[in-house]
Design a protein around this ligand. Structure first.
Ligand SMILES: *Cc1c(COP(=O)(O)O)cnc(C)c1O
Length: 429
């Protein structure tokens, strides 16, 4: 099948697994840690990266690879790697090109877990991060760059502040400084936005969210566009452009060309750090992907109705949904996601934190869960839940108001969702 010419809908259903004669029609779960060879020499060649093939599921597994291939095709990339979580995906995406003494620049409008990883844990490994406002001017972002800066990072639509990244602008700035733009595309999904088409170089996802869509399996993915020219900035990326002693002096860019970044991530980071996605979870993720193109439009349609309804309620202090004309990012959302953005809405109620809690406790259909971007409508108060570790100042930096309620609109009937919100609001009055 010529995948490049197929539409995203077809790729969701049929991308990835391509059975040969007599093989299972449905992607099988290769529930095996290990793979058999006939000679010692065959196995040795795999370990030297001279042949490609499976030998141990910590590095690669056929079920995972089929799902990774589907996601790579959906994003328009050259290759992808599944990870055990979105956190692992973002860690590897950075760690694959940054080491102790390096630095990267990041939009502050990002997921709380990613903020902690970048601001606290990577710092302990000697990798520094400068956060910039998602709406910062080009000059302000330029000023955050240092001689040791190796990447620029942002989220297409930020969780939970629903800010939209100006991908083209960020890509231009990254490339001006000779570094790749890494975009976490979790909320938009490749159905609504494909960041590579706007100049991004590497895309990550928490597949736990819309891609799985049914809240069954935690997972992540890294996708490479294959477009960034590591050799042109060889001095910045010695891990890719100079010999790897742990692979007998092999140089990834010379041996693998456009696949250098993905091969290093798989052969070196996965080998040494683990965090592979289990084949079981990859199978569940694939089931979710088969309907992603049907679910996303419904999430967006429902969220638009709910956001418009919320905006008209006297008890509601503010609503932020990038599909609303009142959103400061409406124009950016129209540019990058003309067919819809995502199902997640941020809003605040008038009154104190107490009212927000009463409202959430009164909801019946929408459940309070840590999860987001699920088929079932769910709700969360980041300041008390996911972003608990952040100080008030860090909350403000991440665009998370203390009264922000994150409403993840599911694919139920929009009228039922609105009726539930209405009864909960009336119970607070
Ligand atoms: C949830 C999330 C993550 C972290 O993913 P996990 O699968 O929970 O590890 C990263 N980025 C974004 C935008 C997310 O929403």
């Amino acid at each position: 099948m010529e995948k490049k010419k197929l539409s995203p809908s077809t790729l969701c259903v049929q991308g990835g697994w391509q059975p040969k004669k007599g093989e299972p029609r449905v992607l099988p779960i290769y529930q095996s840690t290990t793979f058999k060879y006939d000679t010692s020499e065959q196995m040795a060649r795999l370990f030297d990266l001279e042949d490609s093939g499976y030998f141990y599921t910590r590095l690669q597994n056929p079920t995972n690879d089929a799902v990774a291939a589907k996601i790579a095709a959906l994003e328009g990339g050259v290759g992808a790697m599944l990870t055990s979580s979105g956190q692992a995906a973002n860690f590897y995406a950075i760690f694959n090109i940054c080491q102790a003494g390096d630095h990267f620049v990041c939009s502050s409008a990002i997921y709380g877990g990613t903020f902690n990883l970048f601001a606290v844990t990577l710092k302990k490994l000697g990798i520094d991060c400068t956060f910039i406002n998602v709406d910062a001017t080009e000059e302000e972002i330029d000023q955050a760059f240092q001689p040791n800066t190796k990447a620029l990072f942002g989220e297409t639509i930020s969780n939970p502040s629903i800010d939209v990244l100006d991908i083209e602008k960020f890509a231009r700035i990254a490339h001006k400084h000779g570094v790749p733009l890494i975009v976490d595309n979790t909320f938009a999904t490749p159905i609504n936005c494909r960041p590579f088409e706007w100049g991004a170089d590497i895309v990550t996802h928490s597949t736990t969210k819309y891609m799985d869509g049914h809240a069954t399996a935690v997972g992540g993915v890294i996708v490479d566009s294959g477009n960034f020219d590591w050799e042109a900035h060889a001095e910045k990326f010695p891990g890719l452009t100079t010999p790897d002693e742990s692979y007998h002096g092999l140089t990834y860019t010379k041996a693998f060309g456009k696949m250098a970044y993905m091969t290093k991530a798989t052969a070196q980071l996965m080998r040494d750090l683990g965090s592979i996605q289990s084949p079981q979870n990859a199978f569940l993720l694939n089931l979710g992907l088969e309907t992603l193109h049907l679910r996303m439009p419904r999430h967006c349609e429902n969220a638009q109705k709910v956001a418009e309804w919320l905006e008209a309620q006297p008890q509601v202090a503010w609503v932020n949904y990038c599909g609303l004309k009142s959103s400061k990012h409406y124009e950016l959302a129209q540019k990058y996601m003309p067919n819809g953005s995502c199902g997640v809405i941020a809003f605040g109620l008038k009154g104190s934190r107490e009212e927000a809690i009463q409202f959430m406790d009164a909801l019946k259909l929408a459940c309070i869960v840590t999860h987001v971007a699920d088929a079932r409508t769910c709700v969360l108060h980041p300041a008390s839940h996911t972003h608990r570790q952040l100080t008030d100042e860090q909350l403000r930096e991440a665009g998370v108001a203390p009264d922000l309620i994150r409403l993840s609109v599911g694919i139920e009937d929009a009228n039922d969702i609105i009726a539930d919100l209405q009864q909960a609001m009336e119970s607070v009055k």
